[in-house]
Design a protein around this ligand. Structure first.
Ligand SMILES: O=C(O)CCC(=O)C(=O)O
Length: 278
């Protein structure tokens, strides 16, 4: 089963950006309803291949002890890496992509910011991850009211390899960002969740991406292939939001002063939360 909200960008539409406006509207609407969205053909596959090579060379192949020390373990054989914001990762075609940013503006406002930028790598043999949400409700005491709020933060996941049944993917429970009662929350037992009952699986190729609301229930599935499965993630949020839950060990945005100053002016606001070093 595929995601209910899915947009396929074709090469022809690129010549006239106004043709894309209805697609952006549809994408944003689908995301609000389902809490997840797949955008096919969003990025240039050659550029994503360059990101893969850089990630495998500079990060995934590091000494295991170093990985364990510097990365959050988010499952057995699954690690979260903070990436240095420098080429090839520091590319407006990635973080301010013209097929992506208009959708984010519709969802999070024109003044949205990048909250964090990194990668999760599931190494060969990684079992399925525990089913989870990335953040507790914004207002715990408001219960089901949290379901009525518009998105405040979301992940853009950019797979660096084609995701297949063998590499695995991220299982997504569409609609789980809008759960209004404990009855809805407990619709699936722990055993059913662990068997991915009710989840959909995106199978994007290199150049595609999927978006997940911060409130969405999800889990990385097993990597039964012989290759590492890295996915880049960029968390975009409303300007006022600060993720204080996921970054005790790592920097959410790792950027040096020189690189920060090279960010083109129109995109500088996206990095408002960055604390450049040196
Ligand atoms: O490995 C994956 O596909 C997803 C990882 C993830 O969602 C997480 O660690 O929160």
């Amino acid at each position: 089963m595929t995601l209910q909200a899915r947009i396929r960008y074709g090469a022809s539409a690129d010549s006239d950006p106004t043709e894309l406006e209805p697609l952006f509207d549809r994408a944003a609407h689908g995301f609000r309803v389902h809490g997840a969205l797949q955008l096919d053909g969003c990025f240039d596959p050659a550029r994503v291949a360059a990101l893969r090579e850089a990630f495998l060379h500079d990060y995934a192949s590091r000494d295991r002890a170093e990985i364990e020390q510097s990365c959050l373990k988010v499952g057995h054989e699954r690690f979260m890496f903070s990436l240095r914001l420098e080429p090839p990762f520091m590319d407006p075609e990635l973080y301010a992509n013209p097929r992506l940013l208009p959708v984010l503006h519709r969802l999070l406002g024109d003044d949205c910011v990048i909250q964090s930028f990194g990668a999760v790598c599931a190494y060969p043999g990684a079992p399925a991850q525990h089913v989870h949400r990335d953040h507790p409700p914004l207002f715990a005491e408001a219960g089901g009211l949290n379901a009525f709020f518009p998105p405040y933060a979301l992940h853009v996941v950019v797979p660096l390899v084609d995701l297949t049944e063998s590499t695995g993917t991220t299982a997504l429970w569409e609609g789980s960002h809008r759960i209004r009662s404990s009855r809805e929350e407990n619709r699936y037992s722990r055993r059913q969740l662990d068997a991915f009952e009710g989840a959909v699986m995106p199978w994007p190729k290199v150049g595609d991406c999927y978006l997940m609301d911060f409130r969405l229930r999800h889990a990385g599935t097993a990597n039964s292939s012989t290759i590492p499965r890295p996915i880049l993630y960029l968390v975009y949020s409303r300007r006022w939001f600060q993720d204080r839950k996921n970054y005790e060990l790592q920097e959410p945005l790792m950027i040096e002063r020189d690189e920060y100053e090279r960010i083109p002016e129109p995109y500088r606001h996206l990095f408002e939360n960055a604390r450049p070093s040196h």
